[in-house]
Design a protein around this ligand. Structure first.
Ligand code: GLU
Ligand code: MG
Length: 438
């Protein structure tokens, strides 16, 4: 057991930022002085739940956010402040709609079956002007901007400290690059236990946004800021390992030299679960109205969207929804940058475990260029065309709902549905202009 108060003392923290991520992925926090840490570590920090996206009412009592000491992370740019991820309790009961708890519950279920999920995320982001309106660097205008060394190094003032911070936090960062859209970047760090990755993912988004803000920039993870450019993906790399005390503890159960492309039957069952539940999973992996402008989108000015056009899998081929990059893992290319760090992995794990439990088979992999010569819809079913369709699929996927828990699904579905009904009614200037003279 790690004691939060003594860790805080050792790190000479002046403050603790007790933080939770609500159902829409917004981090909410209280700043707590060192003297109050022992009480907060025990009882949690109190929040009015209705004020965040938690599907609560103003009449509900205090939501208590209980910090998990294992996630304590001193802010690299403000080391006297320690960020800590919390889980939510209402009236003495852990809340079903607490995203971090939901992921932990799925991980516990996996552990009871003998598995540990290890994962990595590729959290792409844009660097925009302070108002978020356009790309901040006017010189970043190549037709194919990916890996552009000059544009990358013009942002050394931000990317350098980012890499240093991640190194200092022990995340094992190993590369940063300019991505395929003008103004877009990616920083990669080493895969880890899924809860660790989710905490780091949550922290990473805040860290990038904060450091960007300090330099007069706006960092955005939104799925598709510009119609003609590649969007922000959040490709998720997945492998199941033997859980502590179970058969194959500490070994990668997805690897099998005798299997197709070096992957085990277990990996293919997991993959089949992802294929089967993909439409419903979209409600979690592609959670915003904007998410559906990235999927099945027309080619970009760089030549490709690099995002999935339908539900299919392949070997080392980036034009499909699932890629098998090597003999160690699967890469799900479906999620976008707006995916919730905890719900993303909770949903993936629930879908994959269902594939394992039912021994689902994914059928043959497809090696075509799925952009130039797309597969027919009976082989590669289409993805939801918008958030409304994804929510319908989420409503109708009883197996995924049972795995995630009905209480969570109802709360999440209600909030997202309300957002969808509001946003789909928006009439943009472009739409008005196009239809004015009809
Ligand atoms: N930005 C692309 C996407 O939206 C991914 C680019 C890549 O393959 O790294 O998925
Ligand atoms: Mg990328």
């Amino acid at each position: 057991m790690t004691d939060l108060a003594s860790q805080a003392r050792e790190l000479q923290l002046k403050f603790l930022l007790i933080s939770f991520t609500d159902l829409f992925g917004i981090q909410r926090a209280k700043l707590v002085p060192a003297s109050a840490i022992p009480a907060m570590a025990r009882d949690g920090a109190g929040f009015a739940g209705f004020a965040a996206w938690l599907d609560l009412s103003p009449a509900d009592g205090d939501v208590m956010a209980i910090p998990d000491a294992a996630s304590l992370t001193p802010l690299p740019w403000q080391p006297e402040v320690g960020w800590v991820a919390a889980e939510l309790v209402l009236a003495g009961t852990p809340m079903a709609q607490c995203p971090r708890r939901l992921l932990r519950t799925q991980l516990e279920r996996a552990a009871s079956l003998g598995y540990e999920l290890r994962s990595g995320v590729e959290a792409e982001f844009f660097l925009l002007g302070a108002d978020g309106g356009g790309i901040a660097d006017p010189a970043d205008h190549q037709e194919k901007p990916c890996y552009d060394q000059l544009a990358l190094m013009r942002r050394y003032g931000l990317i350098g400290p980012l890499l240093e911070a991640m190194e200092q936090l022990g995340w094992g960062p190993y590369q940063a690059d300019h991505e395929d859209a003008n103004g877009q970047f990616e920083v990669n760090w080493t895969f880890a236990h899924a809860l660790t990755t989710a905490d780091r993912h949550a922290f990473f988004k805040v860290m990038v946004k904060t450091l960007a803000e300090q330099q007069g920039l706006k960092a955005s993870f939104m799925a598709k800021p510009f119609a003609e450019r590649t969007g922000n993906g959040c490709h998720t790399h997945l492998s199941l390992w033997g859980a502590a005390g179970a058969a194959g503890a500490g070994t990668n159960l997805f690897h099998d030299p005798a299997g197709e492309l070096g992957l085990s039957a277990l990996a293919y069952h997991f993959l089949a679960g992802l294929l089967e539940h993909a439409p419903a999973l979209c409600a979690l992996t592609n959670p915003t109205v904007n998410s559906y402008r990235r999927l099945a989108a027309p080619p970009t000015t760089s030549g490709a969207t690099w995002s999935p056009a339908g539900i299919s899998y392949s070997g080392n081929n980036r034009t499909h929804m699932l890629r098998i990059p090597d003999d160690q893992r699967l890469e799900l290319r479906l999620p976008d940058g707006s995916a919730h760090p905890y719900l993303l992995q909770a949903g993936i794990l629930a879908a994959g475990l269902d594939g394992i439990e039912r021994q689902l088979q994914p059928g043959p992999r497809r090696d075509n260029d799925n952009y130039a010569a797309p597969l027919a819809p009976d082989i590669c079913p289409r993805l939801p065309a918008d958030l409304g369709e994804a929510l319908d699929a989420f409503d109708g996927d009883s197996r995924l709902r049972a795995a995630l828990g009905e209480e969570f699904c109802q709360a999440y579905g209600r909030l997202r549905r309300r957002q969808w009904l509001r946003d789909r009614g928006d009439i943009s200037d472009a739409e008005r202009l196009a239809c004015l003279d009809c």
